[in-house]
Design a protein around this ligand. Sequence first.
Ligand code: FAD
Length: 500
Amino acid sequence: MIHIQNHEKRVIVIGAGLGGLAAAIRMQALGYKVSILEKTDRLGGKASVFKKGNYIFDGGPTAVTAPYLIEELFSLNNEKMSNFLELKPVKPYFRIYFNDGSHFDYSTIEENIQQIKAIDSNDAEGYKKMIKSIEPIFQKGFMELSDKSFESFWSMLKIAPALLKLGAYKSVYSYVSKYIKSDKLRMVFSYHPLLIGGNPFKITAIYMLIQAVEKEWGVWFVRGGTGKLVEELAALFIRMGGNIQLNSEVKEVLFSTKKKVSGVILQNGKILNSNIVISNAPVATTYLKLIPKAKKTRIREFKYRHSIYSMSVFMIYFGTNRLYPDLHLHNIILGKRYKGLIDEIFNKKQLNQQGDFSAYLYVPSRIDRSLAPPEGETFYILVPVPNQDSNINWEEEKIPFRNLIMGFLEKNFLPNLSKHLATEKILTPKDFEERYLDYKGAVFSLAPTFTQSAFFRPHNRFEDFTGLYIVGAGTHPGGGIPGVFSSAKLTTDIISNLKK
Ligand SMILES: Cc1cc2nc3c(=O)[nH]c(=O)nc-3n(C[C@H](O)[C@H](O)[C@H](O)COP(=O)(O)OP(=O)(O)OC[C@H]3O[C@@H](n4cnc5c(N)ncnc54)[C@H](O)[C@@H]3O)c2cc1C
């Protein structure tokens, strides 16, 4: 990597999501003078924290994987992550509840095998074979390709045969079904794509690598919540000399010539100059909203408007004034239907009103008492819902849907919840669209389908322009904490290689 000595070399990063923070740290380490401009009043994007009294809510990501990617950021400033963050291993990784009340503690391979035997002993052998078969997918898809830029079609052609051989044309669900016969276990080993906003029946089996990433590095909880990770990354960036401006929404990217970027203008009219702008705003928002009309092409506009976007989420962050000691940190609640429900969310774009939804229930106060008052618990429940391509009127549906979810929780998991509810806050897809400018309220950006991965995913450099880059879930390699940290590495490597 080349180290730029001239400290007047400026970089603007639009957005303080995890990808934006990581890219800013990396550019600062290369010797640039980096400013982050964030639209909202807080850091972290989807990983922002909401506080209500002593209840501290992580807004989004909760399960940390591949922590070496965080360690790398501290090492760029010759520091050790362990001096700032305490990571606790989570076991089991997730507790998965079935509709009949039984559960599966999803964890290490050995522990999974024991649990599989209790459900269907025939599937234990199939599971072992499946895990073995994922190994080359992990080696290729994560170890070799997650930090390759795929800027040329040739780079895609070169690896296409290997990807096809690994089964990339199959969906995650059909991949799992080849090895596992029990319906319950098929759900357990195929729900992972939902964690990055993808439909298990559609997204490429390459994403089986998520299970291999968990196996390789485990699942971790940051003491103090994911908000602590955001806080410490921002503090690291400041120690390195970086600058962060909150409440600073970028209105437009500015150009000095037809193609060359010269800076940005904020909604308040302030102009900031820089020849390098890295956008952590969602990729479609960057192109459709932040690039002046005269610079855009119809083809690209069409492409961004008509790509396949991820699902959205309906979030209830709530605190209770009693304890619920039986709950685990990460709980996945599977409804009666699986394919039918996913079809409603991704294809029919309908809101489930039968109350048989699937959800993820996060209870961080179960392992970290600093996040709730002594007699209470902090929760969030995430219910996957269609993105804003649906015609759902969230103003009208918000409270009835909230009541359905809370009623379901009270009946099945949290007795007397309504009596013990101390605080709550709701975010709908419309809120994500307005707050973070998530295009179509798709909180995980572009869906990770085969035709939207690798070369086909928006590149980390906008090739139509000089000096405009992208980082975060909508670019290569994709969403999730490891995805956006890898994208920061990739984007900054591209910039540093261009300057050599
Ligand atoms: C509810 C939920 C739970 C999740 N759980 C997990 C999990 O457990 N594990 C995991 O690995 N991943 C998880 N994810 C995915 C993960 O959180 C995201 O992929 C990742 O945080 C996205 O980071 P990003 O860098 O793309 O930026 P984002 O978080 O999208 O941040 C982008 C930032 O840009 C700002 N911005 C946008 N436009 C402008 C503008 N014009 N001017 C200035 N600023 C602007 C926004 O305000 C925002 O702060 C979860 C996501 C959600 C929503």
